[in-house]
Design a protein around this ligand. Sequence first.
Ligand SMILES: *[C@@H]1O[C@H](CO)[C@@H](O)[C@H](O)[C@H]1NC(C)=O
Ligand SMILES: *[C@@H]1O[C@H](CO)[C@@H](O)[C@H](O)[C@H]1NC(C)=O
Ligand SMILES: *[C@@H]1O[C@H](CO)[C@@H](O)[C@H](O)[C@H]1NC(C)=O
Ligand SMILES: *[C@@H]1O[C@H](CO)[C@@H](O)[C@H](O)[C@H]1NC(C)=O
Ligand SMILES: *[C@@H]1O[C@H](CO)[C@@H](O)[C@H](O)[C@H]1NC(C)=O
Ligand SMILES: *[C@@H]1O[C@H](CO)[C@@H](O)[C@H](O)[C@H]1NC(C)=O
Ligand SMILES: *[C@@H]1O[C@H](CO)[C@@H](O)[C@H](O)[C@H]1NC(C)=O
Length: 443
Amino acid sequence: MKRPACKCLLVHLLVLLSNPENLALNGSVTQSSTYSTWEASNAIDGVRYGPDASTYCSSTSSESDPWWRLDLLDVYNISTVIITAHDDYMAETSGAEIRIGNSLDNNGNNNPICAVTPDPVTNNTVSYSCGVMVGRYVNVVMTGRTSYLTLCEVEIYGTENLAFRGTATQSSTYYNWEVQHAIDGVRYGDVSTYCAGTESESNPWWRLDLLDVYNISTVIITAHDDYMGEINGAEIRIGNSLDNNGNNNSICAVTPDPLPGNTVSLSCGVMEGRYVNVILSGRTSYLTLCELEVYGSENLGFKGTATQSSAYSLTWTALHAIDGVSNGPDPDPGTYCSSTANESDPWWSLNLLDVYNISTVIITARPDCCVDQTNGAEIRIGNSLENNGNNNPICAVTSDHLTDNTVTYSCHGMVGRYVNVVMTGRTSVFSLCEVEVYGTGNS
Ligand SMILES: *[C@@H]1O[C@H](CO)[C@@H](O)[C@H](O)[C@H]1NC(C)=O
Ligand SMILES: *[C@@H]1O[C@H](CO)[C@@H](O)[C@H](O)[C@H]1NC(C)=O
Ligand SMILES: *[C@@H]1O[C@H](CO)[C@@H](O)[C@H](O)[C@H]1NC(C)=O
Ligand SMILES: *[C@@H]1O[C@H](CO)[C@@H](O)[C@H](O)[C@H]1NC(C)=O
Ligand SMILES: *[C@@H]1O[C@H](CO)[C@@H](O)[C@H](O)[C@H]1NC(C)=O
Ligand SMILES: *[C@@H]1O[C@H](CO)[C@@H](O)[C@H](O)[C@H]1NC(C)=O
Ligand SMILES: *[C@@H]1O[C@H](CO)[C@@H](O)[C@H](O)[C@H]1NC(C)=O
């Protein structure tokens, strides 16, 4: 079935906007030794699972301190590493250190540790959060062990400080405390060359224009040691309005008073906006801001694991619906979509491994045909595994895939660990090319 070219472009654009890029795919790899045909590069071939492990997993020989190293060829800010082990060889991925940095000392195995894989590893695919670590090399090393080291896939996701895309303005400028110093990437440094500051005045403010609308989840502000009192109790406001210079947009957070430290991370849930303002409302003061960083919201689907009632064939695995690929480039959708067999009440279930307050679920149907294999399914969210999770409350029923492959469903404030998509009361093949979930931690 052919679709108009403009639609294809739109789908590709949505993919680019909604899926962070797996930085590993562009890197080059090496390992301490290679067992048979289990090449180091098999761990960055984009294939987590398959019928013949020797064609898609890497492995060293059994040796002491085996290691695998990825060279990203450039320095990145890395937030997440996802490692997939092989079912039959979980012990050969267990207790391994994930190290990230710029040094090649000891083959890169002396760089700082992001995380250590569980010992034993029990889930094939596990996501490790590194906060923000900077580096060109990502090593996986079994320090102090004699073992094979087997990795079926290593994925690396970076973070982007959206503030670097914008321009800034402030209510006034004190001496050479220029406005853009707060988005120059320098949190700490020489006095007056890296912080923004206003004159002492009433309601001083600073504003970032991102030049486009984003969904924002986190704002990190850094104060100056000597002037912590000039950014405490400040309102962080986010939105699309320039009324009152943007200072009437909704409040994401108010900075603590007093500040617990120079750098404070503020969570906004998910707020949509082009402008990020900082204002000392109702005060007469200088406003001093050394750095303001803005981070977008993330697809929680990448944190989870997925299962389905059955598989249409070996290739159409449940995990394809959370692989970050919603359309091609491979012409065979079986390489990036999930599908059940033709059966009654087919279902797909995402386990987020933690409870979240979910705002949005975005579902992409097959691009090549068969949207009826996705339409009319219930999206259910909750914490119960009764009936495989298919008894949890309903957020929405899928529709509209006939006119749009990718459809956004709003589930405002539904809390749960499981996101199921189920065709209750139907006998059908059930396919999903991508399921994205956005929301906030429910602490
Ligand atoms: C990876 O390579 C592709 C194709 O050459 C390119 O389009 C993409 O921008 C690269 N990604 C990064 C992070 O460099
Ligand atoms: C996967 O990990 C989760 C959380 O870490 C755990 O509760 C669950 O039992 C694991 N699943 C399997 C099959 O081991
Ligand atoms: C990493 O993030 C920091 C802080 O936002 C920034 O200063 C630095 O330039 C970033 N590094 C890279 C390599 O993107
Ligand atoms: C922000 O997220 C909502 C769903 O929560 C979505 O409808 C909207 O398109 C997103 N906005 C942007 C700019 O990405
Ligand atoms: C901004 O909000 C204040 C306080 O709520 C209100 O008095 C003022 O009229 C608003 N300004 C604009 C331009 O909307
Ligand atoms: C979920 O988040 C929404 C705001 O995004 C909030 O109104 C609601 O109370 C939250 N629900 C729970 C149970 O935390
Ligand atoms: C699935 O089975 C039903 C009932 O036997 C049948 O009507 C339908 O055509 C089948 N669908 C496919 C795609 O084979």
